[in-house]
Design a protein around this ligand. Sequence first.
Ligand code: CS2
Ligand code: MG
Length: 415
Amino acid sequence: MTIESAEVLVSSPGRNFVTLRITTSDGVTGLGDATVNGRELSVVSYLKDHVVPLLVGLDEHRIEDTWQYLYRGAYWRRGPITMAAIAAVDTALWDIKAKIAGLPLYQLLGGRSREGLLCYGHASGADLPELFDSIRHHQAEGYRAIRVQTGIPGLPNVYGVASSANSATTAEGVTARYDHEPARPGSKPVEESWDTRAYIRHVPTVFEAVRNEFGPELPLLHDAHHRLTPIQAAKVGKSLEPYDLFWLEDVTPAENQAVLRRVREHTTTPLAIGEVFNTIHDYRELFEEQLIDYVRSPITHAGGVTGLRRIFDYASVYQIKSGVHGPTDVSPVGLAAAIHLGIAIPNFGIQEYMQHSAATHDVFQTDYTFEGGMLKPGEAAGLGVEYDDVAGAAHEYAPAYLPVNRLLDGSMHDW
Ligand code: CS2
Ligand code: MG
């Protein structure tokens, strides 16, 4: 058997997704997620123009060799576009291999190491009453760990704060304050403003109020979203120690990882980094110097099952755990793959789970379940995801960009 064809499917049920579907000469199909939020068409072109022509005729069982062929053979290695394309091929081939074996993918990855994956959801609010309402809503949905993001006094709009304007009905038919979808339709990014000093003053007061309202047990997470200098990150981490966070995420931009030495010198708040990383090489310093506690890369952006499993094995040497990125811009295909990998690895930490909309689940039929605050893979052979072409075609692609971020004096800042 060989790879007979590969289709690049673009669909936008409320947000843009790129999906690769590989079909073998025996008619077995596999799916891979290739969605890079705001740069979807770049991956479409990379796949259509430079990957799909190379796949036809290859042995679909040679997953590792195909990964190496696409990584080393490209010459221009790494980066979000290349690695998302490789991820999609890799995930689709694992889907195919598991379907041919007649097993759910996790069985090919070592079988279950746990019953389910502890998840966290995104609670947010422009102010404390809205935030508390959102936390209660997520607890009512079963979440046992919750990310907390709020507005900042004096700033009009801030990353991570959902508005009731973008509420939607989830797959379970629950009308929810829909999780914050950062990509905004339009031909240019919207501009947001930022004031680090206001943020640093405000964020400890938020977690003090949340702990007073919800008690000391609830695992709380927070995303600083790349916006702090090392010493500002150290200050925030230290100021949050009394509130015992599960993790503080993306405290600084990812390029210079050595700066996290400064953060680690000042705070014991656990650190999570890596949702924008896409290869094992991005983590070397962070692992070997124990600069982080959780790895954020998702299947979709880190070279697929093959790429991410290698990263987790490396992390386990340093007692670092998984914290896979699971926003709505990782498609149900990417999420399903993360669930199959997460149920099998020894160093699972937590899985991010923003619920996809009902419209998204019209396109992607899945068999994973969310109950009791845990995601569990289904028992269907492969990933357990089917793509509905008719539903997919009903949602035309429209450009949508992540915002850009400027300081109050107009300087560009990290979003
Ligand atoms: C965020 C993401 O979920 C998170 O931790 O950092 O929502 C991120 O903003 C988006 O995935 C960007 O597309
Ligand atoms: Mg994040």
